[in-house]
Design a protein around this ligand. Structure first.
Ligand SMILES: [Zn+2]
Ligand SMILES: [Zn+2]
Length: 134
């Protein structure tokens, strides 16, 4: 299944050709600061993603950087260790065929909202959630 996506202004776009992981939300402080709320992301093997346009990068920790459009500011992806790139689900065009599967870093979530969808919640990282691929 091919899924496409883009930033708000369309300067950066991408398509994925392989299977995508179910969507996971991350409530860590870095995701909340950079996105304005929490991040919802799928992920895909890097070699299954083709990008057009120029992604700008912010090195948010020694091990990871965050990709965004430097024209419109849209958050697009999280590039950390491993073979997969995390892609922010809001950048994807419908239909994605994806489902939300759970929440990570819930110990760091904001105090102004509740997580009440009944899906699994991990206090920190969660290997089971992170490695599921549909
Ligand atoms: Zn843009
Ligand atoms: Zn996070």
């Amino acid at each position: 299944m091919t899924v496409s996506g883009s930033c708000l202004c369309g300067q950066v776009g991408f398509t994925t050709s392989g299977p995508l992981r179910p969507v996971i939300t991350c409530h860590c402080r870095q995701c909340r600061k950079s996105s304005g709320h929490h991040v919802a992301a799928t992920s895909a093997p890097r070699n299954s993603i083709s990008v057009h346009g120029e992604v700008a990068w912010y090195q948010s920790s020694p091990a990871a950087r965050r990709g965004f459009c430097d024209t419109c500011g849209s958050d697009l992806c999280w590039d950390g260790p491993g073979t997969h790139l995390s892609i922010h689900a809001g950048a994807l065009d419908d239909p994605t065929g994806l489902q939300l599967a759970g929440h990570i870093y819930c110990a760091d979530k904001g105090d102004y909202y509740a997580i009440a969808d009944g899906l699994p919640q991990a206090a920190q990282d969660d290997a089971t959630l992170m490695t599921q691929v549909s």
